[in-house]
Design a protein around this ligand. Structure first.
Ligand code: NAD
Length: 418
């Protein structure tokens, strides 16, 4: 049985969900034909590191406060990057430079520039690189692609995505999340990238990654902040609402509105309009599929990702539910290899092992990059007070990654040259 040995960098909230997935992979190893084992973890906060000893029984020698020590090991096959957004670029690049293939949490970075740097590094050094985008990893995505490929909705011409919550600022309204989510220095941006990667990334993939032409955007922080609730030393620096309208070279329009706080009710909707029919994307998966759930049970959030088709039959309007989850179960029973497309980490391991290649895996770094091109456009348009072209966004995309960090008593300058 092939076993991939994993080193995790960043032992906070999301790394524990990654552990649930690795544990479920081990339980399903026979079906998958391979397995994975986390053999080392790096985390700068010693108390968080101690949890890995207590919770999973890690030996002290496999736990590091300085990730550069972990990168010196020669018994690790891949690095799983679980630090926060603006650390993704330097830590992924340093891991690649140390000889490792890298699986990185979403968003790949907070700007197009930084995400491109990671991809360029992987290409130059010949490393495999993959980004967590759970919304792609469900039968919902495959069924939507098939509906479009079979011509059922005709020519797609408009997409509307609205993801709004009355109060759901991670780390502020929901304190069990890290307050780094609202630090501009560490997170870069809020829902535009945090949710954007899932909802916009999925749509761009389903629509065959159309080429962006221009973006007109708006972003601000509208809702008052209570200074007494601020726990992050950087303060509250991110927007709470962003809105963008993108035009694509194929003539398609896309509208994306996201808010983490507003004085209105929670709601979310995603739909694609085509010349012959429409598709509604219901319950976009922003958490992870069955492998991310302890016991592989029912989802902890809204419900399974599903689709609705709005079309015509015999000249009459029809609305059909596509039962993606049910079909996904049947699909995986008929061909267990379909499991590779239902979980990020399984896809990553399969890609690592050569069971999937660049033509068969989801090209998550590129999907993430295209999403960031759009998001950068929203913020650039807001800054310049006009719509911006794709070429302008590429030229003006900011460097947001953090260049140095205090680790123990040392200020470590990240070496990102390659
Ligand atoms: N929390 C979630 O539900 C969730 C869901 C999906 C994706 N994500 C993504 O996962 C990433 C991490 O989010 P999180 O919620 O786990 O944050 P977190 O703060 O809980 O975890 C990040 C950890 O990285 C550690 N760290 C920072 N620099 C380090 C370094 N140089 N070496 C080792 N460790 C270092 C921090 O101390 C922290 O414990 C973010 O990019 C986020 O967007 C989070």
């Amino acid at each position: 049985m092939k076993e991939i040995r994993v080193g995790i960098i960043g032992g906070g909230m999301i790394s524990h969900r990654h552990m649930v997935i690795y544990e479920n992979i081990q339980k399903n190893a026979e079906l998958l034909g391979f397995t994975a084992k986390v053999v080392a973890v790096a985390e700068i906060i010693p108390e968080r590191l101690a949890a890995w000893r207590e919770q999973y029984g890690f030996d002290k020698k496999d736990l590091y406060t300085d990730f550069r020590e972990l990168l010196k090991r020669d018994d690790i096959d891949t690095i799983d990057v679980c630090v926060h957004n603006n650390y993704h670029t330097p830590i992924s690049i340093m891991a690649m430079k140390a000889g490792f293939d890298v699986y990185c949490e979403k968003p790949s970075a907070a700007s197009y520039h930084d995400a491109k740097l990671m991809m360029d590094c992987a290409a130059k050094l010949g490393r495999k690189f993959h980004v967590q985008i759970s919304s792609l990893m469900s039968p919902q995505t495959r069924v939507a692609c098939d509906m479009i490929a079979s011509g059922r909705i005709g020519t797609p011409y408009f997409v509307n995505i609205e993801q709004l919550t009355r109060r759901r600022r991670p780390g502020y309204d929901i304190p069990n999340f890290t307050s780094d989510f609202y630090s501009k220095r560490i997170a870069g941006h809020a829902a535009a990238i945090d949710l954007g990667i899932y909802v916009v990334g999925q749509i761009l993939y389903i629509l065959g990654q159309p080429k962006l032409q221009s973006v007109s955007g708006f972003a601000t922080r509208g809702v008052e902040i209570d200074p007494k609730l601020i726990t992050n030393p950087d303060g509250y620096g991110v927007e709470d609402i962003s809105d963008g309208f993108a035009k694509f070279e194929n003539g398609m329009g896309l509208h994306f509105l996201a808010a983490t706080a507003m004085n209105y009710k929670d709601y979310s909707m995603t739909y694609v309009l085509g010349s012959k029919g429409g598709l509604e994307i219901i319950n976009t998966d922003t958490v992870g599929g069955k492998f991310a759930r302890p016991g592989m049970g029912r989802p902890a959030w809204g419900g399974e990702p599903e689709l609705k088709f709005y079309g015509e039959m015999d000249g009459r309007h029809v609305t059909m539910e596509l039962n993606c989850d049910e079909n996904g179960i049947i699909e995986a029973r008929k061909d267990p290899r379909m499991m590779m497309f239902n979980d990020n980490q399984i896809m990553w391991l399969a890609y690592k092992l050569g069971l999937l290649d660049d033509s068969t895996r989801y090209n998550t770094p590129d999907i993430a990059l295209q999403q960031l091109l759009f998001t950068d456009g929203i913020f650039l348009s807001q800054e310049l007070g006009r719509s911006v072209t794709a070429d302008e966004i590429v030229a003006m995309s900011p460097t947001l990654f953090i260049p140095e960090q205090k680790i123990g008593n040392e200020i470590v300058k990240f070496d990102v040259g390659f």
